[in-house]
Design a protein around this ligand. Structure first.
Ligand code: ATP
Length: 503
């Protein structure tokens, strides 16, 4: 798995999907640039989401709010006071860690010890083994599982109470060591705010501190009435937005999974108070359906219901994806109550209420949010698509089995050779198709090599123009996944591609 992840990262760079940011200066930690193929795939994923959320719902509209917002926004939303991670440094290795992640890793190790005991027992008892009973009654298994639960519970309680000294005590009591140096020499735990600040205006007098938004949602909340009134929206209705968000993540790792600058695709659904659970369940299911419609194996997705809720939520779940490093959050569905709109009412002194004609009353709506990281979706699709295949003739190929409508390049036009009028015919076909599809013309190298090149960037179709084309006005259409080839009249190409490539 680790190996697969490394290969995906190397492939993404070699084939123009993702480059480290400012690479000539040795890169910038946890910041990445999308190359010529990456930008196409990312655009297609964004469009796929937008179509499903906005175009296919009469009662959901779009928005593109600015990244900069009035600084009070972040006071109201709770981000200035509560968008923190608990930090701890190891004095010997000088490495910085998230205290909560260290403790969660410890708990995970206890759970793994319990699983090992269970595996051993399974082998020992064979068919008669009652796993559920063993889990509950075996003292050693229970000890490990209780230790994991108790530790996480105590950490959550200490963090909630702001008792950072106890978080440190926990790390010491459990004998947690620095993963790099093995040392137990820790500093105090302190809170670290994840927002990036910057100055507006001349830095001298009158300058005020702004934040780069850590989520796109607040731009939707502050525009709630603007959209509702001008769009004559009736509850329930949604506002959708895609755009950059910024977080000064302490442990930025795992490639584009956790970045300091990333893109979110969020939708806030405004509902009647008291109906939020109905809509929360509805969106949980809808979003899972959307993911599954991408055609990746169902077993790669699962829900994770949150027990510990953020300050604004009364229910929350993640859709997790099986990334090369295991199941991790891909999308969050949150029931955010009326927390945000109420807080903005309070801080701005403006009413943010909806007059419900059916009930004949004004209220602050409740909000159900769906929030997905575009870069994480990109990583999910890319790592799932990456395959190394052995072919019947003994050779091998690397292919990206990206769902065809999302592929960066939809078809490659390949004249068999560079003369005899074949390039001219190819270019005519190119001109015919390029407005509707992202098509590449490629005449360099032997045809087999060109096929491989397009397999590697996930191009679903290769269109080969050969000498017979001049006679029969047909081309050879090669399918990326099955590698089968069929003869297709040039005049049918557009319809044929449209059929399998539309989103
Ligand atoms: P995590 O627990 O992984 O830090 P989160 O719970 O803080 O994520 P949310 O605040 O719910 O994440 O953000 C919604 C979505 O935005 C996440 O599901 C994820 O896809 C994406 N996201 C959040 N932080 C990052 C990041 N640093 N890099 C890339 N995507 C991110």
């Amino acid at each position: 798995q680790d190996d697969l992840f490394k290969k995906v990262i190397a492939h993404a760079k070699e084939y123009g999907f993702i480059f480290p940011s400012s690479e000539i200066y040795d890169g910038l930690s946890a910041v990445y640039d999308y190359g010529q193929n990456g930008v196409e795939l990312k655009k297609n994923l964004r469009e796929y989401w937008w179509k499903a959320m906005v175009q296919m719902h009469e009662n959901i509209v779009g928005l593109d709010a600015a990244i900069f917002m009035h600084p009070t926004t972040w006071k109201a939303s709770g981000h200035v006071d509560a968008f923190n991670d608990p930090l701890i440094d190891n004095k010997d290795s000088k490495k910085r860690y998230r205290a909560d992640v260290l403790i969660e890793d410890y708990a995970e190790k206890q759970r793994q010890k319990a699983e090992k005991e269970i595996e051993k027992a399974k082998k020992r008892f064979g068919e008669d083994f009652d796993e559920a009973l063993y889990r509950e009654t075996n003292p050693r298994v229970k000890k490990y599982l209780d230790e994991a639960n108790d530790t996480v519970k105590r950490m959550a309680a200490s963090l909630d109470a702001g008792d950072l000294a106890d978080v440190k005590s926990l790390i010491e009591e459990k004998g947690i060591v620095c993963p790099i140096s093995g040392s137990k020499n820790w500093t105090e735990v302190r809170q670290f705010n994840l927002m990036f600040g910057t100055q507006m205006g001349s830095v001298a007098e009158g300058a005020s501190t702004l934040y780069l938004r850590p989520e796109t949602a607040q731009g939707i909340f502050v525009n709630f009435l603007n959209v509702q009134k001008t769009g004559r929206m009736k509850i329930p209705f949604g506002i959708a937005q895609t755009g950059k968000a910024f977080r000064n993540e302490i442990v930025a790792r795992q490639f584009i999974f956790r970045m300091r600058e990333f893109e979110q695709m969020e939708m806030q659904y405004f509902v009647r108070p008291g109906e939020e659970m109905k809509w929360y369940k509805y969106w949980k299911e809808e979003r899972m359906k959307w993911h599954r419609a991408l055609g990746m194996d169902d077993s790669y997705y699962r829900f994770h219901d949150h027990e510990k809720l953020a300050h604004y939520a009364n229910a929350a779940a993640d859709i997790e994806f099986n990334f090369p490093f295991g199941f991790k959050e891909l999308e969050g569905i949150h029931s955010r109550t009326d927390f945000d709109l109420k807080a903005h009412e309070e801080h701005s002194g403006k009413k943010l209420q909806f007059f419900d004609p059916e009930l004949g009353q004004n209220y602050v709506p409740y909000v159900v949010e769906t929030s997905i990281g575009l870069d994480r979706l990109f990583l999910a699709v890319l790592s799932y698509a990456y395959r190394e295949e052995s072919l019947e003739d003994g050779s091998s190929r690397t292919v990206l089995r990206i769902p065809a409508p999302l592929a960066p390049v939809k078809a490659a036009i390949l004249p068999l050779i560079k003369r005899d009028g074949l390039p001219e015919i190819s270019r005519e076909i190119l001109d015919e198709l390029r407005y509707d599809f992202n098509i590449q013309y490629d005449e360099k190298d032997a045809i087999g090599k060109r096929y491989r090149r397009h397999d590697a960037i996930g191009t679903p179709y290769c269109i080969t123009v050969d000498h017979e084309t001049k006679e029969d006005k047909c081309v050879t259409l090669r399918d990326r996944d099955s590698m089968t080839q069929e003869r297709v009249p040039i005049q049918n190409l557009k319809a044929k591609l449209s059929e399998s490539l539309s989103l």
